[in-house]
Write a protein that binds this ligand. Structure first.
Ligand code: DSN
Length: 393
């Protein structure tokens, strides 16, 4: 008898085949990535690291690791190639949240001060939200965005000087503009802070040259592998070589046990794919499509946070429509369009309701959508929003 689970998988596959996927953090992996993640590697325990990796590490804690050692080394080498970097890389974090936890623990002590972007302004839960480990373990300070939604560097400088953070964090989950890593690095240097970049959302753009690279500027770079990088769900940490030992021991044994070698295999396949010209063309198309769709909303009179986009996402500010992000998300679900509610800068509603929605183009570009297709979807969304406004009056 086949497991009931395959009914759920079949239903989810049908949903993914038939909806317009605009969640900015999602994507569709290749069959090769799926095959690697669904392989026999899930059976293998491999706590530890390939022995020669960092001088002083103790190798694996289990026998039979010779093949996963080769695999993990290959995965690391491929990701360094993707980003043209000689930074050390750890491919074991199970997720972006795990990567951030280990990154913090590698160079900080509980109670240390971190300066980051708040969740409300576009940062991530793990960038110091009070309900997350980051907000509970560390003394979090937040820099602001200006009235248009751009990072306010005068505020970053002032707070860095005032709070003397041990670490300054750049990176966001809902920020549609280029992040000036060089400027952050310079501020961090001035106050003697570590500089960390969480490039989870824009990592694919960094790989393709569509966003400035944090390598050479940041001490630590974290990312997920499943967003614009189009790999399996997971995380990675890059760091300057001199921090390698601290980062590795913060991942294992600091915050994780056995690595997921089947996911590491999927990450390696994604790295191979990210090295191709086809992938770079894909990322260029993601950015082009995002500009086209965002431009269409602007032409239709919608408010877009910062007035546009430089990357794979943008935020519609629905304040003047009177609609909540939650209501719009739910109604669009009923129309086969999937996106997520999102806070806007200076949000007045709760994170459960919000005054905005976030729209991304990475997933549907993978499915072959072009600018005209995204413009057509913008009009479909506009029709739904008009209908909702009419039924509210
Ligand atoms: N919460 C995810 C996102 O959607 O951006 C990132 O972890």
């Amino acid at each position: 008898m086949e497991s009931k689970v395959f009914d759920y998988i079949g239903r989810e596959q049908a949903r993914q085949n038939t909806t317009v996927e605009l969640i900015a953090s999602e994507n569709f992996v290749s069959d090769a990535v799926l095959r690697a993640v669904g392989s026999c590697l899930t059976n293998k325990y491999a706590e530890g690291y390939p022995a020669e990796r960092v001088s002083g590490n103790r190798g694996r804690y289990y026998g039979g690791c010779e093949i996963v050692n080769d695999l993990e080394e290959y995965c690391c080498a491929m990701w360094k190639k993707v980003f043209h970097t000689d930074y050390h890389v750890n491919v074991q974090p199970h997720s972006g949240a795990n990567a951030n936890l280990a990154a913090y623990m590698s160079v900080l002590q509980p109670g240390d001060t971190i300066l980051a972007m708040s969740l409300n302004n576009g940062g991530h839960l793990t960038h110091g939200s009070s309900v997350n480990f980051s907000g509970k373990l560390f003394d979090m300070k937040f820099y602001d965005v200006d009235a248009q939604g751009f990072i306010d560097f005068a505020d970053v400088e002032q707070k860095a000087a005032e709070y003397k953070p041990r670490l300054i964090l750049a990176g966001a989950s809902a920020y549609s503009r280029v992040i000036d890593f060089a400027r952050f690095a310079e501020i961090a240097k001035r106050v003697g802070a570590y500089f960390m970049v969480d490039m989870a959302h824009i990592a694919g753009l960094v790989a393709a040259g569509d966003h400035p690279s944090p390598f050479g500027l940041a001490d630590i770079v974290t990312t997920t592998t499943h967003k614009t990088l189009r790999g399996p769900r997971g995380g990675m940490i890059f760091c300057r070589p001199e921090l390698a030992k601290k980062v590795d021991s913060a991942v294992f044994p600091g915050t994780q046990g056995g690595p997921l070698e089947h996911v590491i295999a999927g990450k390696a396949v994604a790295a191979e794919e990210a090295c191709t010209e086809e992938y770079r063309e894909y990322i260029h198309a993601v950015v082009r499509n995002c500009r086209a769709m965002c431009g269409e909303f602007l032409r239709m009179g919608y408010d877009v946070v910062t007035g546009g986009t430089d990357n794979h996402l943008f935020l519609l500010d629905l304040t003047k429509t009177g609609l909540t992000g939650k209501a719009v998300q739910d109604e669009l679900d009923r129309h086969g369009i999937t996106l997520n509610k999102n806070c806007v800068p200076n949000e007045t509603r709760s994170p459960q309701q919000t005054s905005g929605v976030r729209i991304g183009t990475a997933a549907m570009t993978t499915k072959g959508y072009k600018e005209a297709d995204f413009i057509a979807v913008a009009h479909r969304i506009d029709a739904v929003l008009r209908e909702m406004q009419q039924s509210e009056t």
